[in-house]
Ligand binder design. Structure first.
Ligand SMILES: CSCCC(=O)C(=O)COP(=O)(O)O
Ligand SMILES: [Mg+2]
Length: 240
């Protein structure tokens, strides 16, 4: 029998939940990698770029006058290790924003995702995103997809800058406040990463773990969390 949850809000992770991991680690990372240095050099006065570069230098222990090549070497190392550091995510987000605007990039989600998102939205559920990808990158990625512009489906976007680390309960409390303070059980979080689900549950949220075939967390131990192989495995209905 299909498991049914009732809630007011559905908060969604991106990588491994909405989009295949390869869509991020191969398509998006490959697009960003060769463009990081040229982007930094082409935007020497952009405050987002200036702040991100300063943070990379500080976190990596580089001198303040380190050149772009040294900064890019750090960023490439973080990408190779899939370290989702905020300044890397800010820079990637700007490059992806440009790539989506040019239609060099077009997001492709798991086949069950867009019908479910549309169904939840039509049923009156409120949708938001919480991803390590920057808010700018998230919005760009929903603007240009194989199924058209999906940006109007989402009422809020959260990342590690405006909410906090994904594996800390305080970030989920900050999101609950950011979306208007529904009582925690009225929010469902969908993610493929058990540690993220643990943090959301600690904040009182309902959770569903996505163990999608072929994805890195397909065989993970989801503990007490509900587990689904796709969005077709469960229903979410608006609570009273
Ligand atoms: C265009 S959003 C790209 C998502 C991203 O950069 C990322 O690292 C995904 O992390 P998530 O927290 O969604 O698993
Ligand atoms: Mg994920």
């Amino acid at each position: 029998m299909t498991d049914t949850l009732s809630a007011q809000w559905v908060v969604l992770d991106i990588e491994g939940t909405l989009m295949p991991t390869a869509g991020v680690h191969v398509v998006l990372y490959d697009y960003a990698r060769p463009r990081l240095g040229p982007w930094i050099d082409a935007h020497p006065t952009d405050p987002v770029v200036v702040a991100a570069v300063a943070r990379v230098k500080a976190e990596a222990g580089l001198p303040a006058d380190a050149d772009t090549a040294a900064v890019v070497a750090v960023l490439h190392g973080w990408m190779a290790a899939d370290r989702k550091a905020a300044p890397l995510k800010e820079l990637q987000g700007l490059i992806w924003q440009d790539g989506y605007a040019r239609r060099d990039l077009v997001s492709e989600y798991f086949p069950d995702v867009v019908p479910a998102l549309r169904g939840w939205d039509e049923a009156g559920l409120k949708l938001a995103v919480f991803s390590s990808g920057s808010v700018a990158g998230q919005i760009a990625s929903f603007s240009t997809t194989t199924e058209g512009d999906l940006t109007t489906l989402f009422r809020h976007h959260f990342d590690t800058v405006n909410a906090g680390p994904k594996r800390e309960a305080a970030s989920y409390a900050a999101i609950a406040e950011g979306i208007g303070g529904p009582t925690p059980p009225r929010i469902v979080f969908l993610s493929d990463v058990p540690a993220e689900l643990d943090a959301a549950a600690e904040a009182g949220w309902q959770t569903v773990g996505l163990a999608r075939a072929g994805e890195p967390y397909a065989d993970a131990d989801f503990g007490d969390h509900r587990v689904a192989k796709s969005f077709d495995d469960f229903r979410i209905v608006p609570d009273a």
